[in-house]
Design a protein around this ligand. Structure first.
Ligand code: ZN
Ligand code: ZN
Ligand code: FE
Length: 736
């Protein structure tokens, strides 16, 4: 018997070859009807013999194209229409915009083959792409994802491209950014004096790099600053010009073999490097690594990644050596996406650049991850991953916009049971960043036809996101920072019961008005109770002066000034500085109470490494890790006082006596042991989040102990432990 069925499919189903996939399935099963992209996903009507539908539906769900992610399929039977064939029809516009936007995709192997094939018409074409690869999120202005709604709308396809575009059996069928040397965007080399040419632009860029010059290259979600990774002089000059003293630079290698020449990588790291996301992966430098130390001073790892655009492939084919490729921006600001901004902001850094005239509509940085054993841990969720959408079972009429925190900003929305988390935006400390933050909100509003009925933000009144929320005249809910950290991870793992939530980070405003960041909560979806915390110390100079890590050590040791070693440490400060710090301490001038573990790492680095300042977030942790020795099994004593506060001053006094390796190792061992100690007391599942849990050594130690003690624990999975997942936690709070 003949029947007709309607399928409505939601998920990442646009721009990933889904309709051609449906088309060929329909042909296979002799079904007639049509398929089109709706604003909520893909819509199919198909009629044919009743008995084939079971297999058709099974393939429809289980054999989808590589980049597609099906969240839901709704199926209904309808009246017979007597279709004569199966067609792919025009996209329809409906009210609700629910389809997930695919992240940008790295160059696929078929396109790479064509890129290198002299007989292919796209041989050497630096913007080659297909349905399985190339830009998505970065070029979309609005949904549905069609060429007219993307930054390719201004480029008219040549007849050959158009034929490929319209042929359902071609691998470029409806590949929206399809182009070729005849009809596509043009790649140009520019210097900063106004000279520009489209004649062998990548050769010219390679030449400049070989000469030790600092240049820039337009990537997928923004520009990279690039220079020769083997040229120490170029790297030092880049550090000076960018005023970036020690923060590590990422290195782009041409192949996995080239990475292996310089680094020791595990199988899991190799898989991550080669994955479709093409993230920056933190890997161990070889002892004999020929890369200059200045790429990542005092750290035994580097951030390595592989080419993910055809431009990268072509450039590295000429250069045959690794290059520094770091996001083009002013420190803390979002990545630069236009040549105008590039010249305006970085004219004192770069001398030349390569650009093309396909506009980057939505920016994204490179995603960053590290592997702890087999477990991958995201340090930054962006290109290739975000926007991330989560299908939930939550039902709410509210349209919720979550504004995240302040540093490592990212936003999230809740719309018709979907939660969508944006790529990493940046730190909201500059006008540029706040503009980018607002742009991201507008992009989301536009993509998802979304007008928020409810805002949710951090409790901290001085966060730019909170200040922005208060100006909107929309009902707003404020969520405690560390609670949001834990809720995000509970959501990811679908945990509904009460857990021991451990949130350790740099800073976040606590319920009592002090600065938290060493939290042990009994945490349910509706409420939390703070059960343990670190004994607060005075943060001299306030949150604004946290780069002066020696002041944190001062504050911790000052009450012990009778102790000879503590006195000696305090004597290292100049008279003037000591006077100011003492006054601040004694009179409580600009000395808020703080109990953050991130700051304890700073104090430890100040004492152990005799370091006064840090220049980037997480530096203290990285330098202590570099000292860590597995053979040091010892640790400091764990003391919890009658107020359920962890006492740690004793640890720091001990550190003053010990050699750096022992002290750093014992410090990390102690923190891990403390968590195990409390987890054993509370006997609950343990959920961990917050920036401190990006510390590889601490995590390794913890995982080892959790496994030994058979304690069930949960870490962030596809989100990062830092503040860019706060927005997700804020939404989860609102939905419970
Ligand atoms: Zn491709
Ligand atoms: Zn063409
Ligand atoms: Fe945080």
């Amino acid at each position: 018997m003949k029947i007709c069925k309607i399928y409505e499919i939601e998920g990442i189903v646009q721009g990933v070859g889904f309709r051609p996939f449906v088309f060929s399935l329909a042909k296979k099963y002799n079904l007639n009807g049509f398929v089109f992209n709706s604003s909520s996903g893909v819509y199919i009507e198909a009629e044919g013999d009743e008995e084939v539908f079971k297999s058709f539906e099974s393939e429809l769900q289980n054999s989808v194209p590589p980049l597609a992610v099906v969240d839901t399929i709704s199926i209904a039977e309808t009246a017979l229409k007597n279709f004569h064939d199966f067609k792919i029809t025009k996209s329809a516009h409906s009210k609700s915009k629910n389809t997930s936007i695919s992240p940008d995709m790295s160059l696929c192997s078929e396109c790479e083959k064509e890129l290198k094939d002299k007989n292919n018409r796209r041989f050497g074409y630096p913007l080659i792409n297909c349905t399985n690869c190339g830009p998505r999120y970065s070029i979309i202005r609005t949904v549905p994802y069609d060429r007219v709604n993307s930054s390719m709308s201004g480029f008219k396809m040549c007849p050959e491209c158009e034929a490929e575009y319209n042929d359902p059996l071609n691998r470029r069928y409806h590949a929206q950014p399809i182009s070729c040397p005849k009809c596509g965007p043009v790649v140009k080399f520019h210097d900063l004096n106004g000279f520009s040419t489209q004649d062998s632009p990548l050769e010219k860029l390679a030449h400049a790099i070989n000469e030790g010059k600092i240049t820039a290259l337009k990537g997928m979600g923004g520009f990279h600053i690039v220079c020769d990774a083997l040229n120490e002089r170029a790297i030092l000059s880049l550090r000076e010009k960018k005023r970036r003293k020690t923060k590590p630079f990422a290195v782009l290698f041409s192949s996995i073999e080239m990475i292996k020449e310089y680094c020791d990588i595990t199988i899991e790291e190799e898989e991550a490097l080669l994955s479709q996301i093409r993230p920056i992966v933190l890997v161990k430098k070889k002892k004999t690594c020929a890369l200059p130390e200045s790429i990542a001073p005092n750290i035994d790892r580097i951030g390595a990644f592989l080419p993910y655009t055809p431009l990268h492939v072509l450039l590295l084919e000429i250069l045959k050596k690794p290059i520094i490729a770091t996001s083009a921006n002013i420190s803390g600001e979002p990545i630069i996406t236009s040549k105008e901004k590039l010249c305006e902001k970085l004219s004192s850094v770069i001398e030349s650049y390569v650009d093309f005239d396909r506009e980057i509509v939505n920016f994204s940085d490179d995603s960053v991850l590290q592997l702890i054993g087999k477990r991958s841990v995201f340090l930054r969720v962006s290109r290739g991953v975000a926007p991330i959408s989560f299908k939930t079972s939550y039902k709410s009429k509210e349209k919720i916009l979550a504004l995240g925190a302040h540093q490592k900003s990212a936003i999230a929305i809740f719309n018709d049971s979907n939660i969508i988390l944006s790529p990493f935006i940046g730190d909201l400390g500059s006008v540029e960043s706040i503009e980018a933050f607002e742009r991201s909100i507008n992009t989301f509003k536009n993509f998802y036809d979304f007008t928020p009925s409810l805002l949710v933000c951090d409790k901290h009144p001085n966060y730019a996101s909170t200040i922005w929320a208060k100006k909107q005249n929309i009902p707003t809910v404020f969520v405690q920072h560390h609670y949001a950290h834990i809720l995000a991870v509970m959501f990811e793992h679908n945990i509904n019961e009460e857990v021991l939530g451990i949130a350790w980070d740099g800073t976040g405003l606590g319920d009592d008005g002090t600065i938290w960041g060493g939290e042990f909560f009994l945490c349910a979806l509706k409420e939390k109770e703070r059960v343990y915390s670190f004994k607060p110390f005075k943060l001299l100079g306030g949150e604004g002066s946290i780069e002066n890590i020696d002041r944190i050590a001062f504050s911790i040791l000052y009450p012990c000034k009778q102790n000879a070693l503590a006195a000696e440490f305090l004597d290292n400060f100049s008279h003037e500085e000591r006077y100011l710090l003492e006054r601040s301490y004694e009179k409580d001038i600009n000395a808020p109470l703080c109990s953050s573990v991130g700051r304890l790492f700073d104090a430890a680095a100040a004492i152990i490494l005799k370091q006064k300042k840090v220049t980037y977030d997480g530096e203290s942790g990285l330098s202590l890790e570099a000292l860590y020795d597995k053979n040091v099994q010892g640790r400091y004593e764990i003391i919890i006082n009658e107020n359920d506060e962890i006492e740690y001053v004793y640890w720091f006094l001990k550190m003053l006596e010990e050699d750096p390796v022992t002290a750093a190792s014992k410090f990390i061992n102690t923190l891990a042991a403390l968590i195990i100690h409390i987890a054993k007391k509370e006997r609950k599942k343990v959920v961990l989040s917050g920036g401190v849990f990006q510390n590889r050594t601490l995590l390794e130690k913890l995982i080892e102990l959790f496994e030994k003690e058979h304690i069930e624990f949960f870490l962030p999975k596809n989100i990062s432990a830092n503040d860019s997942s706060i927005a997700l936690g804020q939404i989860v709070y609102m939905l419970n």
